[in-house]
Design a protein around this ligand. Structure first.
Ligand code: HEM
Length: 426
């Protein structure tokens, strides 16, 4: 396999790292150089201006903001599990409404994962029929199905027309940003330092505490962009993984049966799943991992960049080159995962049937810039998947053609739209 390759589109120089050891060398061992983000994407600069977490330059400010977000979002708390299960219950109620008719489950999954983030950030969740909520979903759809890093305005920044053209994606980003601004405004008006309700309140409190600190990074603009990042990074990734989960379950009914048998033995039909059950549900945990390996929802990750000419494996990577890590290539490398196109949860089980990690499994990337939301993502995937299969059997509609397991590329890799039937198990 080609370990790394270079290409140039317009003004954008790009390197793809396509091999586990090469990615590790760059993102872990030489993270001081490769842990940077691009600063030459004109559209991204215009919209984000290096604020938030994802596009913040490597350094103490980025680290301070990232640590603050992890601490105040309370990943791993019991409260988060409760909230995910509440969303799982809403999802089940929506599935019951389909009354054994074929349907596309995508929107329901997206609503569930978005509401979890809304709760943590805004302190509220939306009714699935709410128009504002529906508008957010539509905007996120547009953003994620576009290769935003390669928009014409980024590739040809000096051609003025390109900054405006094609930009349903930009308009969609603006819509999500407007919603965030409205929420921040409402939170400021209702702010009570003795009643911190959610992430926005925690941030406003920190802004107040740091009023006298010169050059504090706790500014309103930073708040808006961090919330925006949490939306972008934390909703689509989870719901697209769950979408792969549904596809892979209807394509592999034997695996689905085994998962349901295991869940039945440990939780029965009504037992409430929790992360504490993960060790008792090794086949289920292995299936979730195999879904993440197979689907590789973030197939090339987010762009990194080198801020200076950098020697690497005998080549010189020029200053400002964007760097992507080929997660899909690693997850489908036959030397690391034999018969990579086979869906086989057994890869993540040891001889005793216990869950076994695989060092080449890298859905959240690696190094200091790796996914900040991994603990939350793991809770959501395990609990949403377990409770979905506890209550429903997913099937291909009668007479339907077997859907393809080839993904569609945007920022994430998503399944091609397909329909399924959700049969209640109670
Ligand atoms: C299945 C779910 C998820 C997957 C597969 C995933 C994957 C990733 C990947 C591949 C990156 C890029 C890392 C890099 O640049 O090397 C990333 C970054 C990030 N993720 Fe996730 N993610 C998921 C869920 C979440 C959630 C739930 C949140 C938060 C609510 C989140 C927040 C972030 C943030 C803030 C970053 C940027 C980190 C930084 O630049 O320091 N992610 N994620």
């Amino acid at each position: 396999m080609v370990q790394l390759f270079f290409f140039k589109i317009g003004t954008l120089k790009t390197v793809c790292l396509n091999d586990y050891d090469v990615i590790k060398e760059a993102y872990v061992k030489r993270s001081d150089m490769f842990g940077n983000r691009p600063t030459n994407l004109r559209i991204v600069n215009q919209l984000i201006n290096q604020k938030g977490i994802i596009f913040a330059p490597l350094g103490p400010h980025w680290w301070e903001q990232r640590q603050f977000a992890v601490a105040s979002l309370g990943f791993g708390s019991r409260d988060i599990e409760d909230r995910v299960l509440e969303e799982a219950a809403t999802m089940q109620a929506e599935l019951l409404k389909t009354k054994l008719k074929p349907f596309n489950i995508r929107r329901i999954l997206q609503q569930a994962s978005t509401n979890v983030v809304c709760y943590m950030v805004f302190g509220k969740k939306w009714d699935y029929t709410n128009q504002t909520f529906q508008n957010i979903m539509q905007s996120l759809d547009v953003v994620f199905r576009t290769s935003v890093f390669f928009l014409p305005g980024n590739v040809f920044p000096y051609v003025p027309g390109f900054l405006k053209r094609g930009d349903k994606a930009i308009a969609s980003v603006e819509k999500v940003l407007q919603l965030v601004r409205d929420e921040v405004k409402e939170h400021k008006e209702a702010f009570n330092p003795d009643d911190i309700r959610d992430f926005i309140d925690s941030f406003l409190l920190e802004m107040q505490n740091q009023t006298n600190i010169e050059n504090s990074t706790f500014t309103e603009r930073q708040l808006e962009m961090t919330v925006f990042d949490l939306f972008n990074a934390g909703t689509e990734t989870v719901s697209t993984t769950m979408w792969w989960a549904c596809l892979l379950m209807i394509l592999n009914p034997d695996v689905q049966n085994k998962v349901q048998e295991e869940i039945g033995l440990v939780l029965g039909r009504d037992g409430r799943p929790s992360m504490a059950h993960r060790s008792q549900l090794p086949y289920t945990a292995a299936t979730v991992a195999e879904i993440q390996r197979y689907g590789a929802v973030s197939p090339i990750g987010l762009p990194h960049a080198v801020p200076r000419n950098t020697e690497f494996y005998g080549y010189v990577i020029p200053k400002d080159t964007m760097v992507f890590a080929g997660q899909w290539s690693v997850h489908h490398d036959p030397e690391l995962f034999p018969e990579p196109d086979k869906f086989d949860p057994g890869r993540f089980l040891d001889d005793e049937g216990e869950f076994k990690n695989n060092e080449y499994f890298m859905p959240f990337s690696m190094g200091p810039r790796s996914c900040m939301g991994k603990p939350l993502a793991e809770v959501q995937l395990f609990l949403l998947f377990t409770s979905l299969l506890q209550h429903f059997k997913l099937e291909l509609p009668e007479g339907a053609t077997r859907p393809s397991s080839e993904g569609v590329m945007g920022i994430t890799l998503a399944p091609q739209p397909f329909e399924l039937v959700a049969i209640p198990r109670d």
